[in-house]
Design a protein around this ligand. Structure first.
Ligand code: ZN
Length: 316
């Protein structure tokens, strides 16, 4: 009995141990199952959230791709743009060397020029472009009285900004003297025109450049020689956009006879202005008068009647 009693544990111990082991394993598994159930639920939740985020990312990427693909290019916008009535549309004849008819690759910048031909009018410059032996022209010419003539459709290349003709809109501005400074009338019209183009093609003022930025040429001369005036012009574009009134510092149509204009005491300014307009507003002959050029020998070589090759050499 003692032997049995002593032997029994020895016989059953292993089985007991197995049972105990299995039982404890089961218990552990049960306990584990109890513990992991909420974890699995959490994991499932996480997966659903990740899936949801991925779905949102996919949808937004798809929407962006759609917007990019369906967004109109500036050239497409140009094709649909109605030209406002304050712009005098006088397109260069089709087939004229000035108007290649080549469609722009894009509209990325607006390039400002000066005609380099003092006292010529916007009409004279436009007519110059339209000559059969001219192969230069800009999209717009702004005259000294603020008139704006459009010479080339917005979708087509102009011929004034060298290797940037392919993706820019060009504007030539007339000026009364050799400094190349724009009159206040030209300045106001230029701001109106540039801001209209900026709004149409969604371009910031960083996209308004001088011909100088393209080739290093002194064009528009006054705004290359006086960079602070160019900075002011850019600031004025923004100010005008915000509805603020802007004026240029140009003392109207100053003439050589009026060299003290603007240098007198401010008290006299009004009188000077009256004197100036009395003396000049009707007298100044912007036409092709030979007398004018005879009287202004220094301008003769810049006359719009200058042979095209020479003109191009000087200005383009
Ligand atoms: Zn230029």
């Amino acid at each position: 009995m003692n032997r049995h009693m002593a032997a029994q544990p020895a016989q059953f111990m292993p089985n007991n141990r197995i049972i105990n082991f299995n039982e404890s394993k089961n218990i552990r598994q049960r306990n584990q199952t109890k513990k992991t159930a909420p974890k699995r639920k959490n994991k499932l939740k996480k997966n659903v959230i990740f899936l949801f985020i991925e779905l949102i990312i996919l949808i937004s990427l798809g929407a962006q791709a759609f917007l990019i693909l369906s967004k109109k290019s500036n050239v497409e916008i140009a094709a649909e743009t109605k030209i406002p009535s304050w712009i005098d549309v006088q397109l260069i004849d089709q087939g004229n060397p000035s108007r290649s008819g080549v469609i722009l690759e894009g509209i990325n910048d607006i390039v400002i020029h000066y005609v380099g031909n003092p006292r010529t009018t916007a009409q004279q410059n436009r007519d110059f472009y339209n000559q059969q032996d001219s192969d230069v022209c800009s999209h717009f010419v702004v005259g000294m009285d603020g008139e704006i003539i459009m010479c080339v459709p917005l979708t087509e290349k102009s011929a004034s900004s060298n290797d940037r003709n392919k993706d820019t809109i060009s504007i030539e501005v007339c000026h009364p003297d050799v400094t190349g400074e724009f009159t206040d009338e030209s300045y106001q019209s230029l701001i109106k025109l540039v801001n209209w183009l900026r709004a149409t093609f969604n371009l910031s003022t960083d996209h308004v450049i001088r011909h100088y930025e393209v080739t290093g040429k002194e064009c528009p001369m006054y705004y290359v020689k006086n960079p602070e005036k160019w900075d002011q012009f850019k600031a004025d574009l923004k100010a005008a956009e915000e509805g603020k009134e802007v004026t240029s510092t140009y003392p109207k149509h100053a003439s050589e006879d009026d060299i003290n204009y603007g240098l007198d005491d401010s008290d006299d300014t009004e009188d000077d202005t009256e004197d100036y307009s009395a003396e000049n507003s009707e007298d100044v002959d912007y036409s092709e008068s030979n007398d004018y050029y005879a009287d202004n020998a220094e301008y003769i070589e810049y006359s719009y009647e200058t042979p095209v090759e020479e003109y191009e050499e000087i200005y383009y």
